[in-house]
Design a protein around this ligand. Structure first.
Ligand SMILES: NC(=O)c1ccc[n+]([C@@H]2O[C@H](COP(=O)([O-])OP(=O)(O)OC[C@H]3O[C@@H](n4cnc5c(N)ncnc54)[C@H](OP(=O)(O)O)[C@@H]3O)[C@@H](O)[C@H]2O)c1
Length: 501
């Protein structure tokens, strides 16, 4: 259990801190995974005292935590003890003096608590200030590069990590000048989800599936990340990002690498990340014409979501009326290695789609001979193994079964595993797992420098190809649909179709 640790959250009043980070730390405390000498210091620029911050924290936990911010019937929730260990430090990220004051404040807490202190800095701030915070931390001698008798220093950096290959490299260099690689935790909360962690367990601990996981048996793979939400008031941010940067570079490529990687030599951070990087390295790089042929982008227009009228992307607040920013991307990727040669990976990601669902679907090849053709069974559904990341977390396997009766009729049926019926315990939030892992020094679920840069390289090639088109056209799709016709054409030309979800 992490002890004697000071956690400094830059961006203490922000949305992420209030909705996810503080509730996650409280949950760890309720689960007895934080010792009583762990202190939390929120850093932001609004004027407020410790007590006001604790009151806001209580409200945030009341709204967003799976544990209550009160003593509980049998006093089992450690609310008072937890709140008493939370402090607020007012400062401006750009102001060097505010870091000197922070150091003094942290030292004063150390002498109160006695013993050496580990320090974890969490950058829950707009990405535009990541670099200045890192520089100031270094200048103020708040970072110890190697763990000493006085404890370790680590940093968690939120996404987006850069806007393209070049800016990600620059950010990596800036962090690398102040922290060693093993102190840097680049977070992607998807990796903290139980269902995502289960991908490796499912693949590599089940003798029935492991031998099938290759191009001998798998026809293709579909990864879908569909949202019903639009930009939800974050039009300004989304205009600069687009869904390719926002989702593909991080969450979707992470899913793809977990599906496609080779078994690591050990279940250990660097061994796993080495294998993930090899997959990214093996993805066939795109030329301009490949992008035109294999990547579709589009933008949502007006339509209906759950029966309500919704506006199109260009009418969202903060969005340019002539915007060409992508809110939907579909693409085909090929992995040029021994295991996956000839098995396309189709990715489909979008906002304002018909349903909220994140799923990986493995399509298996058909049986070698159509034995039942003479009985009129011409079109058998392929076997599909669907790993549902969210919602209705679980796994299903589709196969053909003889329908009862005198004739031979083959109907598709399903075997289903649902987390909520098989496991009664509530699933921890992704941020709980990731914060805990960082505190105990396990970086398995965090991205390494080369992983981030390979992913950006792939995405930047696509961005560059798009930018090279002098007058970009971007297809529109109706909100509440499954995307533009071009997306269906992309997969149809390979004689396949998107899975109906
Ligand atoms: N929100 C999410 O669900 C979510 C999900 C995934 C990733 N992220 C990432 O997490 C990060 C934070 O996002 P967010 O939505 O929480 O941002 P946010 O709500 O805009 O919060 C920004 C925080 O930074 C502080 N801040 C900004 N400039 C400052 C300065 N110069 N000096 C001192 N404090 C300053 C603000 O403090 P004041 O209020 O005092 O000005 C506020 O506490 C971003 O990188 C985002 O991409 C967020």
């Amino acid at each position: 259990m992490p002890s004697h640790t000071q956690i400094v959250i830059f961006g203490a009043s922000g949305d992420l801190t209030q909705r996810k980070l503080l509730p996650a730390l409280y949950a760890l405390s309720c689960e007895n995974l934080l010792t009583d000498d762990v202190t939390i210091v929120g850093f932001a620029r609004k004027e407020k005292g410790h007590e006001q911050f604790r009151t806001e924290l209580g409200e945030a936990i009341g709204q967003h935590s799976r544990f209550k911010a009160e003593a509980g019937e049998s006093g089992k929730y450690p609310w008072e003890t937890f709140a008493g260990r939370v402090y607020y430090h007012k400062g401006n990220f750009v102001n060097a003096d505010d870091y000197t004051a922070l150091l003094k404040f942290l030292d004063s807490l150390t002498s109160e608590n006695t013993g050496p202190s580990n320090r974890l800095f969490y950058l829950a701030t707009p990405p535009s200030v990541f670099q200045v915070i890192i520089r100031r931390l270094g200048e103020a001698a708040l970072v110890t590069k190697n763990a000493t008798g006085d404890g370790w220093t680590r940093i968690i950096v939120e996404k987006p990590f850069g806007q393209d290959f070049e800016t990600a490299g620059t950010l990596n260099n800036s962090i690398g000048a102040v922290f060693n690689e093993d102190q840097i935790y680049r977070i992607d909360h998807y990796l903290g989800k139980e269902t995502v962690q289960n991908i490796l367990v499912f693949r590599m601990s089940n003798g029935i599936f492991e031998p099938l996981w290759n191009n001998h048996y798998i026809d293709h793979v579909q990864i879908t990340v569909a949202e019903q939400l639009g930009v939800e008031g974050r039009g300004g941010y989304f205009e600069e990002a687009g869904i390719l940067r926002d989702m593909i570079q991080s969450h979707v490529l992470q899913l793809l690498t977990l599906i496609a990687m080779e078994p690591p030599a050990a279940f250990e951070a660097n061994a796993i990340r080495d294998e993930k990087v090899k997959v990214l390295h093996a993805i066939r790089p795109y030329s301009q014409s490949d992008v035109n042929e294999h990547v579709v982008r589009a933008q949502y227009g007006t339509g209906h979501i759950n029966g309500d009228d919704v506006v199109g992307y260009r009418k969202e607040p903060g969005v340019n009326a002539k915007s060409t920013t992508d809110s939907f991307v579909a693409m085909r990727l090929d992995i040029d290695n021994w295991r996956w040669a000839g098995v396309p990976f189709y990715l489909r990601v979008g906002k304002r789609l018909a349903k909220r669902v994140t799923e990986v679907a493995i399509y298996f090849k058909q049986a070698p001979y159509a034995l039942f053709r003479s009985a009129g069974c011409h079109t058998l559904e392929p076997n599909v193994l669907a790993l549902r990341i969210q919602p209705n977390e679980g796994i299903s396997l589709g196969f053909g079964s003889k329908a009862p009766g005198t004739a031979i009729q083959i109907d598709p049926v399903q075997m289903d595993f649902l987390y909520e019926t098989s496991f009664q315990d509530a699933q921890p939030e992704a941020y709980e797992r990731l914060l805990f892992d960082c505190l105990i020094g396990d970086s398995t679920l965090f991205a390494r420098r080369d992983e981030i840069e390979h992913a950006w390289d792939l995405v930047t090639r696509i961005l560059n190809a798009w930018n090279a088109i002098p007058r970009p056209q971007i297809p529109q799709y109706q909100s509440g649909s499954w995307g533009p016709d071009e997306s269906d054409d992309l997969i149809r030309k390979d004689l396949r179709k998107w899975r109906k979800l």
